[in-house]
Write a protein that binds this ligand. Structure first.
Ligand code: M6R
Length: 607
């Protein structure tokens, strides 16, 4: 997804902008560029492709830039193919802009501007904003921005420079992320703090209807009428090191290893005297008792965490839960209403469909609870109640620790609902919470030796397609295991309820088809063994993920990935680390770009 950066200071800024853009590479992009104030002009350099091969190569061919102020962008194409001309910054000799988001009414604006004599070079929606600014600009940037904001519809985070307001950046946003960083005698704008952590940890959250102006004297905020706005300066807890690889070959591997701590950071603050406690966000016992329906909505891994939540809440709290994919939920006139709770799950807090699902739930009168990792993100700000998952920055596009903490939260949530609704007593609730607090240790045990995951990966890395099978919670969690594998290794993979195979999917099994069978549920063991034997007898090569202590006959499964012992309810969460590692080593053995899989963006801020 597009990344926006900007810098004003006393140092030459081209390298700072490029570095900041590199720090945003994880968001996914296909072109990059910068625009700076150089010799009384706006100088733009931009190129299709990776920063290293495109933008940096072009910059090397230019005379050195002395500019101390500029804006930069990584573009993830939505309107128009990835190309030099569609790259940002976009503008003319008077104005240049960078944009993250989508302008929904760009066609109307384009027709209006063509009527005024403007000609368009790119296929982007962004160019309409640049030209509209140019149209309204009569010397006062704030007035021009105010006019433009009144016309454009959709989502935007904009960084803007005007040639005749030298070394000054203007920024404005609606529904797309943008923070303003305060350094020592220098200022920044950025899509998120990862871009600028090595320069500063202090930042402001820019809100809708506010304009930030950054110049040599500092940072000034106004409303759309130019009236000053006072804002709170925040400090990012994330340090530079935590946003970097810390010695691991990939961010994904680092983030898998961070899961034990991440789960502790999510769960421990919400446990008081051994019992779940969500009072920090206003989710009282009374409310939890009163909700008629519980919806859980998200996309991708976040939705899979919701699926685990459904299994857990229904099993422990005997309360039905509706889980939905946000892009479906928002367009199917869902039955969510006043008296219901909509739990909105998102790592980034910026996913467009998830944000809209949240707004829709609110509009229909439901209470909304956001389970979000990124502090101050749009979903966090929009929701009635927020639980931050405290996992730290997740850089790899492929979600691992964020999924783990969302799922861990679902456990605690299920226990609390069960308790307040009288489905379990205090002593059982305490016992369950204690078990959950032991999960990080079990995951750490799983992370001690990588050899069994590397071995399993060596057995599947040549496959074209495979199946994950499981029952109960294993089925819910293997949906995520399967998504991990396909998104980073590009091997087609499906997760299937083991008992459902015989209703069609089993016809896919032929000699050598890999099947990963997840079997952590003692209560369902005999059924699973029978499903495994069924696929094995049809030629499948079976890798079984189960307790290390489990005795598996050779004629049942080919290879075993062993897990530490834990109660049935908790072992699936432990097994998810094993599935992530199998996916990781498979992708590594296939030579894939693990942290930046093709076609994917970290934060999907458009539909
Ligand atoms: O930031 P979000 O949690 O809202 O993102 C949702 C999905 O886009 C995300 O989980 C995606 O499925 C990941 N690539 C999975 O690894």
């Amino acid at each position: 997804m597009c990344g926006v950066v900007g810098f004003v200071g006393k140092r030459a800024c081209a390298d700072i902008l490029v570095k900041a853009l590199k720090n945003l590479e994880y968001r996914g992009y296909d072109s990059a560029g910068i625009a700076v104030f150089e010799n009384e002009k706006i100088k733009t350099v931009k190129a299709k492709g990776k920063i290293r091969e495109g933008l940096e190569e072009k910059l090397k061919k230019e005379p050195p830039l002395n500019a101390v102020c500029g804006i930069g962008h990584t573009r993830w194409a939505t309107h128009g193919e990835p190309s030099d001309v569609n790259s940002h910054p976009i503008g003319n000799e008077r104005i240049s802009i960078v944009h993250n988001g989508i302008i929904e009414n760009y066609r109307e604006i384009k027709s209006f501007l063509i009527g005024k004599g403007y000609e368009f070079e790119s296929e982007t929606d962004t160019e309409t904003v640049a030209k509209l600014l140019d149209h309204y600009y009569k010397g006062d940037p704030i007035k021009a921005i105010e006019r433009v904001i009144g016309v454009i519809e959709g989502a935007y985070a904009l960084g803007i420079i005007f040639k005749d307001h030298k070394n000054t950046i203007y920024a404005v946003r609606k529904d797309s992320p943008l923070i303003v960083g305060k350094g020592n005698g220098e200022s920044f704008i950025a899509s998120d703090m990862t871009a600028i952590l090595e320069y500063t940890r202090e930042y402001y959250c820019l809100e809708r209807g506010e304009i930030a102006m950054l110049d040599g004297s500092g940072i000034h905020f106004t409303d759309l009428h130019g009236e000053p706005v006072e804002k709170e300066l925040l400090t990012a807890e994330w340090d530079v090191e935590s946003a970097q690889k810390g010695g691991y070959e990939h961010f994904m591997l680092k983030e898998i290893h961070e899961q034990p701590d991440a789960i502790r950071n999510t769960i421990s603050p919400r446990v008081k005297d051994g019992m779940p406690d969500f009072s920090e966000c206003g989710l009282t016992d009374e409310k939890l008792r009163s909700y008629k329906h519980i919806f859980i909505v998200g996309c991708g891994s976040a939705m899979h965490a919701g699926m685990a939540g459904k299994y857990l809440i229904e099993a422990v709290a005997r309360t039905p839960v509706i889980v939905d994919i946000a892009s479906e939920f928002r367009y199917r006139d869902p039955l969510v209403a006043e008296g219901d709770l909509a739990v909105i799950v998102s790592q980034s807090g910026e996913t467009a469909d998830t944000l809209e699902a949240l707004k829709l739930s609110k509009a229909k009168g439901a209470d909304t609870l956001a389970i979000v990792n990124v502090v101050g993100s749009s979903i966090a700000r929009e929701a009635d109640m927020v639980i931050y998952t405290n996992a730290g920055p997740e850089i790899s596009v492929c979600s691992t620790k964020a999924y783990a903490v969302q799922t861990a939260f679902m456990y605690l949530f299920a226990f609390q609902i069960a308790y307040v609704r009288g489905k379990i007593d205090g002593s059982r609730c305490r016992e369950l919470v204690k078990g959950l607090l032991e999960v990080p240790e079990k995951i750490s045990e799983c992370l001690e030796d990588m050899s069994q995951y590397q071995f399993a990966a060596s057995k599947i890395f040549n496959a074209d397609s495979l199946l994950y099978i499981g029952r109960g919670l294993d089925n819910a969690l293997s949906m995520e295991g399967s998504l991990k594998l396909k998104e980073i290794s590009y091997i087609h993979s499906e997760a299937y309820a083991a008992g459902e195979l015989k209703h069609g999917t089993i016809s896919l099994i032929e000699e050598g088809t890999p099947v990963i069978a997840v079997m952590t549920q003692n209560a369902l063991k005999e059924k699973m063994i029978s499903n495994v034997r069924t696929v094995k007898s049809r030629g499948a090569k079976v890798i079984i993920i189960c307790r290390s202590s489990e005795k598996i006959d050779e004629d049942c499964a080919d290879y075993k990935v062993g897990l530490p012992d834990a109660d049935d309810i908790f072992l699936p969460l432990v097994s998810s680390a094993a599935m992530q590692l199998i996916a990781y080593y498979t992708a590594v053995q296939r030579g894939c770009d693990v942290d930046k899989p093709r076609n994917l963006a970290k934060s999907v801020t458009v539909e």
